[in-house]
Design a protein. Structure first.
Length: 398
């Protein structure tokens, strides 16, 4: 390497919400930070972009920002659906807020840059040099780090460098999504379809200028997601031939148990931190990014950067615990043995709705919900379906 390395305490690869959160918190903690991304912001990102109550709290805690009506559409109107059939329409107990990732991500990145993070947009990493604690960019720049934080998405090149692959192809999710021209007023109806696909869901979220319609499921299941997406759009009154349908890998419950190595940490989607039931990812992205920065600061101040991963794992234990319990409870959601019960509860149960919205708000945990379920029923749920959907494909098709 002939290029003179530029030293930073922390280098963040990926400038979405997880990376921006890591960069912002690291700067607040007094660390020197570089944040880089292959894209130049603002850039589009596949996502329903419902910012949950938990997301509100994370955004305020990390960035000092709150949703506002200039950037978000507010609504409380909700429909639960089942393969195109409307099971229930009702009013949520609090405002739900919808935005565009192209706007949200740019705002969060600007906050990190304003806090003093050095901005490297429009560059790619051509080499991760673990021994020298350096990354080489296609611009020719060489960045040296104390701690490296990977926030580079579900297809993370850094995760691929660490583990040989970014995700398990039998467990990764895949989503299709389209922005349908249909300007929405405040209090426009949103809907979630809980059985448009197996081991996944569909969403139709109102935005100021469009509706975001999409679906996602475990990619390895044989159910032709593209055809299901076109069918779903028909149910939702949209013409699949009139809009561009985009697809991308998404984590769907398969998080990375050891998210990094020594002084290299993975956050957000790069670490698989997405709730398989609610689809929550934005809050976990910001939370994990901030926790990684805290761990980096502690390790660097102790003069032991290799301890960053151990410190980080302790700090995100609460996230991993929630993802574990969500994976257990979704066996109820997708078990053939409990299909009728689940459908009936979606249509009628006030308790199920309350639990769903309490989770989105961050006012309850899966651990607390699990306590409400009898041990006998929980045993039946986990006994009927074990393992990942790839091993259950025959059952699902049957």
């Amino acid at each position: 390497m002939g290029e003179q390395a530029i030293p930073y305490d922390v280098v963040v690869v990926g400038a979405g919400p997880a990376g921006a959160a890591a960069a912002k918190r690291a700067r607040v903690l007094g660390l020197s930070v570089a944040i880089l991304d292959k894209a130049v912001f603002p850039r589009h990102k596949l996502c329903g972009a419902l910012l949950s109550g938990r997301g509100h709290k994370a955004m305020k805690a990390v960035f000092g920002l709150e949703p506002d009506r200039e950037h978000f559409l507010y609504s409380r109107e909700v429909a639960f659906k089942w393969d195109g059939e409307t099971l229930a329409e009702f009013t949520a107990p609090y405002d739900l807020t919808y935005t565009y990732r192209v706007d949200l991500d740019h705002r969060l990145l600007l906050e990190a840059i304003a806090a003093g993070a050095q901005d490297y947009q429009g560059v790619r990493v051509t080499e991760f040099d673990d021994k020298a604690n350096r990354v080489v960019l296609d611009s020719g720049a060489v960045l040296e780090y104390g701690v490296l934080i990977g926030a580079d998405g579900a297809a993370s090149p850094l995760a691929r460098h660490l583990f040989g692959r970014a995700f398990d192809p039998n467990k990764i999710g895949f989503a299709f999504e389209a922005e349908v021209p249909d300007p929405c007023a405040q209090d426009a109806l949103m809907s979630i379809d809980f059985r448009i696909v197996d081991w996944g869901y569909g969403w139709n979220f109102p935005k100021k200028d469009t509706r975001t319609i999409g679906l996602g499921s475990i990619k390895s299941l044989d159910q032709d997601l593209k055809a299901q997406m076109e069918r779903y759009m028909g149910f939702e009154g949209a013409d699949p031939e009139a809009v561009k349908i985009k697809g991308a890998h998404i984590p769907l419950g398969d998080y990375t148990k050891v998210p990094g190595r020594a002084n290299v940490l993975l956050v957000g989607d790069a670490a698989g931190m997405v709730d398989a039931i609610t689809g929550e990812g934005l809050a976990y992205a910001m939370e994990s990014g901030a926790e990684a920065a805290e761990a980096a600061s502690q390790a660097l101040k102790a003069g032991k950067p290799a301890q960053a991963l151990g410190l980080y794992r302790k700090r995100i234990g609460y996230i991993h615990a929630e993802l574990d319990k969500a994976n257990k409870l979704r066996h109820f959601q997708f078990s053939r043995a409990f299909t009728g019960v689940f459908k009936e509860k979606l249509a009628t149960s006030q308790n199920m709705r309350a639990a769903f919205f309490d989770l989105l708000a961050g006012d309850t945990t899966y651990g607390e919900i699990e306590k409400r379920i009898s041990k006998q029923l929980l045993g039946k749920i986990t006994g009927k379906m074990t393992g990942w959907p790839a091993r259950l494909a025959d059952k699902l098709r049957g």
